[in-house]
Design a protein around this ligand. Structure first.
Ligand code: SF4
Length: 232
């Protein structure tokens, strides 16, 4: 869509030619293409930001860059009305708990864009005691936008990449749309914040380690242990 007009050429099926003079008025297409075309041009992001990257996200929504051109200007304050989570900023261990909860509350189909170095991998705070080294440790990410911070243009590029990803999904291929007709999706277990953050999916591994109940090995003991071949 551009300048308020619908560009039907985006929808044309490549195997079914339509005469050039009629291409502005007629589109012969598949149900998947029509469905994805509508979805990809009306993505509603969730209204929240985490750190400095959020300022660039706000700039992207303002008049100079104008997310409205992509049908994305309706940032929703409720996860139940959003289909895109833009993780814009440093993800602290405290904040990852509500982020996962909000993700679970979004209806399918839902997408996640990791904006900036912090959300993608921890960024300059990667070794920080309070920082998660990438939101993809907890929820699936569809698009990563690099930069510290990424510019509004970079975020727009990431959003266009997400549109292209949506356009490639097909209702006829279940693996590409696992949520379609599949009922409610499985929730991501909500991390537990204690002295450190704990992912419930690793509970069994943590329990096994705790049960070993041994004193912390010295460096030489740990090296010797790791050099030993694993018993079958
Ligand atoms: S990537 Fe850079 S700009 Fe973005 S939140 Fe992290 S430190 Fe701030």
């Amino acid at each position: 869509m551009s300048n308020g007009e619908i560009n039907l050429r985006d929808l044309q099926h490549p195997d079914i030619p339509v005469p050039e003079e009629m291409q502005s008025n007629i589109a012969v297409t598949s149900l998947s293409s029509l469905y994805n075309w509508a979805r990809s041009r009306s993505i509603w992001p969730m209204l929240f930001g985490l750190a400095c990257c959020a300022i660039e996200m706000i700039a992207t929504a303002a008049s100079r860059f104008d997310l409205a051109r992509f049908g994305m200007e309706v940032m929703r304050a409720s996860p139940r009305q959003a289909d895109l989570m833009i993780v814009s900023g440093t993800v602290t261990k405290k904040m990852v708990v509500p982020i996962v909860r909000l993700y679970n509350q979004m209806p399918e189909p839902k997408y996640v864009l990791a904006m900036g170095a912090c959300a993608s991998g921890g960024g300059p705070f990667k070794e920080g005691y309070n920082v998660v080294s990438g939101i993809d440790k907890y929820i699936p990410v569809d698009v990563y936008v690099p930069g510290c911070p990424p510019t509004p243009q970079a975020l727009l590029y990431g959003l266009i990449a997400l549109q292209k990803k949506i356009e490639r999904q097909s209702l006829g291929v279940g693996a590409s749309v696992p949520w379609y007709g599949g009922g409610p999706s499985e929730e991501v277990p909500i991390p537990i914040l204690g002295p450190d953050i704990i992912d419930p999916r690793h509970a069994e591994l943590l329990r096994k380690e705790a049960q070993k109940n041994r004193p912390t090995p010295t460096v030489s003991e740990a090296l010797a242990e790791s050099a030993q071949p694993e018993s079958a």
